[in-house]
Ligand binder design. Structure first.
Ligand code: HAM
Length: 431
């Protein structure tokens, strides 16, 4: 019978010692815990929303001319004839939950974080999947520029805590309903004489979503696009003040930024601040973090007119960025001790030690199967164990403990004190 395979654009994430590259669950757990912890330092705490919602939520929230809504949603009709969609992103759901749970009543400025799978029917390639995962934060009710800075700083700090380097923060403004219609006219008029030279996507967007033309990656369009008038010359007073405040605040926070005049983002809900954090070395899918202000979304979703700002990163892409700096990506879960048996008659000693170590919260393992030394050592290496402890043999019998550091290859001999082997190992592990 043919073996069933996973769907194209999805991935299995295996235990560290079984997986390879970025698809190792210990790495994921470490990244998720770091992200949640760093975000919580600024008051962002986790919300969990359903993985599917009514299709209308995303059509209304993301905009019906966006690529996501037009061609990338996994939508289906359920048995009750309801139109449902696997969430392509988190913001629309978090806003829905904020309204539905009356969160604004108790927290005028609600700071929420979330993580989990998202679904988009994009063409799969490295860094782009159909089921991918995001970590995001939303600051709903935060209408001041300092909230924009706070959100960007959370992502900046997560990146630093994960040891990722080689990233650039790109910022722009996408204006507001007050000033952006005029800018759209300016852009449309600018592109008009060149329309015959541009790609099909650009031609369509010239009619439907002219801002997104700036985002086109087609080499043939670049010369025309790069000379397009920047939005920042056409902002209303309020958006211009916000744009000035953003750059000033980032400078104060010591976060370097680059003004990307063509940064417009792929979702329709943005107003004023738009930002992305891009890694220079992970290929075509180098945008790790994306976000911005979305002052109109809460009202458009049926809530009060409150301002909001947020952002999200792709977990797979963040791991690719970590891997760019550390190609081996050291596993997150390593046994502190791997007990290797020498000779017979020490089975009970090993089992007693394993129980004692685990009771004290220490990750400790022994080999399954063969008692051959080479096989046991291979098992220790497979799990990326930190130290091998030899149980049995002459040293053991004379009250000493032979321990091998698996990274350096160095061997140590410890004299076991009156408190016994377990106490000796606990002390060594600092437990
Ligand atoms: P987005 O730019 O669509 O924004 O996605 C954010 C990040 O998710 C991207 O920068 C990328 O790292 C990752 N991502 C997106 N699509 C894929 C894919 N197919 N495969 C792998 N990774 C992907 C949003 O989703 C907004 N909700 C962000 C936001 C939150 N804005 C305000 N609040």
């Amino acid at each position: 019978m043919a073996v069933l395979q996973r769907i194209k654009g999805t991935n299995d994430i295996l235990p560290d010692h079984l997986g390879s590259g970025i698809f190792r669950s210990g790495l994921w757990r470490r990244l998720e815990e770091t992200s949640l912890r760093v975000a919580s330092l600024s008051g962002y705490h986790e919300i969990r929303t359903p993985i599917f919602e009514s299709t209308e939520l995303f059509v209304r929230g993301l905009g019906d001319v966006t690529d996501i809504v037009k061609k990338e949603m996994f939508s289906f009709t359920d048995r009750g004839e309801r139109q449902l969609t696997l969430r392509p992103e988190g913001t629309a759901s978090v806003v829905r939950a904020w309204i539905e749970n009356g969160i604004g009543v108790s927290d005028a400025v609600a700071r929420l974080s979330y993580l989990g799978p998202m679904f988009r029917a994009e063409r799969p390639q490295k860094g782009r999947y159909r089921q991918f995962h995001q970590f995001g934060i939303e600051c709903i009710g935060g209408g001041e520029v300092r909230h924009d800075i706070e959100v960007i700083a959370v992502f900046w700090n997560i990146i630093r805590s994960l040891g990722v380097s080689g990233v650039t923060l790109r910022i722009n403004s996408v204006g507001c309903p007050e000033c952006i219609p005029h800018y759209r006219d300016v852009l449309r008029a600018y592109f008009e004489p060149f329309i015959g030279e541009l790609c099909d996507d650009c031609r369509e967007r010239h009619r439907t979503n002219v801002l997104r033309m700036l985002d086109c990656k087609n080499p043939a369009c670049q010369a025309v696009l790069s000379s397009a008038p920047p939005v920042t010359g056409h902002l209303c007073g309020e958006c211009a003040a916000s744009w000035d405040g953003l750059r000033h605040g980032l400078d104060l926070a010591g976060i370097p930024w680059l003004h990307d005049t063509r940064l417009v983002r792929g979702l329709d809900y943005y107003t004023k601040t738009a930002f992305e954090i891009v890694h220079e070395d992970i290929g075509a899918q180098g945008t790790i973090v994306g976000g911005g202000r979305y002052d109109g979304l809460v009202a458009a979703s049926g809530g009060q007119a409150v301002p909001a700002v947020g952002g999200a990163f792709g977990i797979e892409r963040m791991l690719l960025a970590m891997q760019a700096g550390d190609p081996a990506l050291s596993p997150a879960t390593r046994p502190r001790f791997f007990l290797v048996q020498i000779g017979d008659g020490v089975d009970d000693d090993i089992e007693r030690l394993l129980s004692g170590l685990r009771l004290h919260g220490i990750y400790a393992m022994r080999a399954d199967g063969s008692r051959q030394m080479a096989k046991q050592m291979r098992a220790a290496a497979k799990f990326a164990s930190l130290e091998v402890v030899f149980v049995g043999g002459d040293e053991w019998n004379s009250g000493r403990l032979a321990i091998k550091n698996m990274d350096s290859g160095e061997q140590d001999t410890l004299v076991v004190g009156p408190a016994g082997v377990l106490a000796c190992l606990l002390e060594r592990a600092g437990a």
